[in-house]
Design a protein around this ligand. Structure first.
Ligand SMILES: Nc1ncnc2c1ncn2[C@@H]1O[C@H](COP(=O)(O)OP(=O)(O)OP(=O)(O)O)[C@@H](O)[C@H]1O
Length: 614
């Protein structure tokens, strides 16, 4: 039976992905609620029926008191059947109705609603560009993905569990009192008015207070996770107390925002008790007065008393439910700051897959300053012939990596364009573009998965033999066989730690090389691909690299000039521009920047001191 309700909505069902999610709270939630429309309607209907039954039971209690005021010997004779019917109703039908209500809410809605939001929110965030991620804390993004779905689920739960139920209950109570004596409705209506004012006062403050508290919590997560992921720097610089202070500032923010929230609840609780006192004295006192005048029966007084006491118990719960509702909406509003952000780097409308032919790369008048006035690239134009191998050198910050990242369309260029085989890379699908480019990066971070998963990331459908062959070519096979992790997995199954921290820099780089070898893409970008290797391994890998480059268009960035001296052409970049280009010998003869780099190289490296001095 549980399965039936749990399977009413499939949270992973395909859906139309939006590039620009709704920016306002209600439409944002409605968007996620769409697959739940039918189940929400049913839940609301059963909540109303359950509330009506509860009110009706109070009325029935008044009726029982009234018949008990009659002749005891006649009660069973006159009302026996009705009393049995009432008993059966309470024993059978009422539990069934309530069971249906909670099954719909607890099993149909709750596990699926949060899951659907988390799934879709993660799918949306994963589509964001590299630049988008660079502008935020990974911890904060993760926190919002984690806390928004349960908050939205809790808000929806309150709508059906408390708000729909209590609205139906209040309307029923008015009808019931009105039926006994319409004057009894007056104290209830006055109380309702005051209750509404209090509710409004609380609710308008709870949403913003809760959003601020939630914001502060996400900030704490962002800062704490930042310290943990960079624990090496923290320890190396002995910045233990500085990191604590950095986190404390955010933690203190959370405390203060939480204090403001809690003050609201205290005020609400105290005023509520006062209001409820008014309700009890008003309704029960009035009912007694009416009874004394003979205008109300004993049963009516009993029903009115039971009703007010029940309302007294319920009002705290309703207020709590309402504040929870608005508090959770505050959390959702905070989560929206991440989850509802439009995807800015999109495939062009009707983008086609990149049709790779020979592999010509043309960069036309490219300028990219990362949204600032300077830095990055300035008016770079360049044509790389199919199969040509380009070495890219220049001081740190000259713009080499920027050029490579723009080729991968990690960012949209600010000015100019890049063409591959005559096709503007902004107009082809991002996936097809990146599938055709293999890249080995300077700081080769790996995924916290097994070595096998990491290598197969280059081509998930490769066979085991192909994967091992790639590892061998990258000089990685031997050391991989010696790996073991604390859980007892070894070799290709060993986990590499977050970002690959359990491997040495050179080992990491070889695993990334293996995955690019396996990918075997027609364009190859090497950004300091061998910088972490010792000369012996590097020499062994150079052959593999040259082998890999055959028939491919290649851009290789290197500070170690000896690794690129053999390239077809060398480009020298400085301050975002290409300042020299040509073969190694020609550039040396030119006596410019390249010649000075070469002259100052010690042991094949660009000397960092001389670089700084420049
Ligand atoms: N994500 C980014 N956001 C803003 N500015 C950036 C970003 N990445 C790089 N820059 C800036 O662009 C300029 C060029 O950086 P780039 O990484 O391209 O240099 P590089 O030549 O590859 O240097 P290195 O040899 O040190 O890797 C620098 O001034 C840098 O501060």
């Amino acid at each position: 039976m549980f399965r039936f309700f749990e399977n009413l909505v499939d949270p992973y069902a395909p859906y139309p992905q939006k590039d620009v999610p709704p920016q306002r709270l209600l439409p944002f939630l409605m968007d996620y609620a769409r697959p739940f429309r039918a189940i929400f309607a049913w839940t609301a209907a059963t909540s109303v029926v359950v509330a009506a039954v509860e009110i009706w039971l109070l009325w029935a209690m008044g009726w029982v008191v009234d018949i008990l005021s009659g002749d005891p010997s006649q009660v069973w004779q006159d009302h026996g059947t009705a009393l049995i019917g009432l008993g059966l109703f309470i024993l059978l039908l009422r539990p069934l109705l309530q069971a249906l209500d909670v099954l719909l809410l607890n099993n149909g809605v709750m596990p699926n609603f949060g899951t659907l939001i988390r799934w879709r929110a993660h799918a949306h965030v994963l589509r964001q560009s590299v630049g988008w991620f660079e502008n935020d804390f990974a911890g904060r993004i993760a926190n919002r993905i984690m806390q928004t779905p349960p908050a939205a689920g809790e808000a929806v739960f309150q709508v059906f569990d408390a708000i729909t139920f209590s609205l139906a209950y209040l309307i029923g109570a008015l009808v019931l009192l009105g039926g006994a004596d319409s004057r009894l409705m007056i104290p209830l209506l006055v109380w309702l008015g005051l209750y509404a004012i209090l509710m409004r006062w609380v609710v308008t403050r709870v949403g913003p207070a809760s959003k601020a508290a939630s914001d502060a919590r996400s900030k704490v997560t962002g800062r704490v996770v930042d310290s943990y992921t960079n624990i090496h720097s923290v320890k190396m610089f002995a910045h233990h107390s500085r990191e604590l202070d950095y986190a404390k500032e955010a933690i203190e923010d959370t405390r203060q925002t939480f204090q403001i929230e809690m003050r609201l609840y205290t005020i609400m609780d105290v005023v509520l008790v006062l209001l409820n006192g008014l309700l009890i004295v008003g309704v029960v006192g009035w009912a007694i007065a009416l009874w004394m005048q003979g205008a109300a029966s004993t049963g009516a007084v009993a029903a009115a008393t039971a009703l007010t006491l029940r309302l007294n118990a319920m009002t705290g719960w309703i207020m709590w439910a309402l504040t929870t509702f608005f508090r959770q909406l505050g959390v959702v509003a905070e989560g929206m700051e991440t989850i509802a952000q439009p995807i800015t780097l999109l495939d062009a409308p009707n983008a086609k897959p990149l049709a790779m032919q020979a592999g010509e790369i043309r960069v036309e008048d490219l300028t990219h300053h990362y949204g600032r006035g300077s830095g990055g690239l300035d008016n770079v134009s360049l044509t790389i012939a199919p199969g040509e191998k380009i070495g890219l050198v220049g001081r740190s910050g000259a713009g080499k990596s920027t050029l490579v990242k723009l080729l991968l369309r990690f960012y949209d260029v600010e000015q100019g364009r890049i063409l591959i085989d005559g096709q503007d890379i902004a107009k082809v699908t991002q996936d097809s573009l990146r599938l055709n480019i293999g890249m080995v990066q300077q700081d080769s971070a790996l995924l916290h998965r097994s070595v096998r998963d990491n290598i197969l990331y280059g081509r998930p459908d490769a066979t085991e033999a192909e994967m091992i062959e790639a590892a061998k070519q990258a000089q990685a096979h031997e050391f991989i066989l010696t790996l073991a992790d604390p859980e007892g997995r070894s070799g290709y199954d060993a986990q590499v730690g977050e970002r690959g921290v359990k491997l040495s820099g050179g080992q990491r780089q070889r695993v990334t090389l293996a995955r690019v070898i396996l990918k075997n893409a027609p364009i190859l970008l090497l950004d300091e691909a061998t910088s972490a290797l010792d000369s012996e391994v590097e020499a062994a890998i150079q052959d593999t690299l040259y082998g890999m480059m055959q028939g491919k268009s290649v851009i290789a960035i290197a500070h170690r000039l000896s690794t690129i001296a053999q390239m077809d052409r060398i480009l020298v970049m400085d301050e975002g521009r290409i300042v020299e280009q040509g073969g190694h010998d020609a550039l040396l003869a030119q006596g410019g920047l390249y010649a000075s780099f070469w002259a100052r190289q010690s042991g094949g490296f660009l000397d960092p001191d001389t670089q700084a001095a420049e």
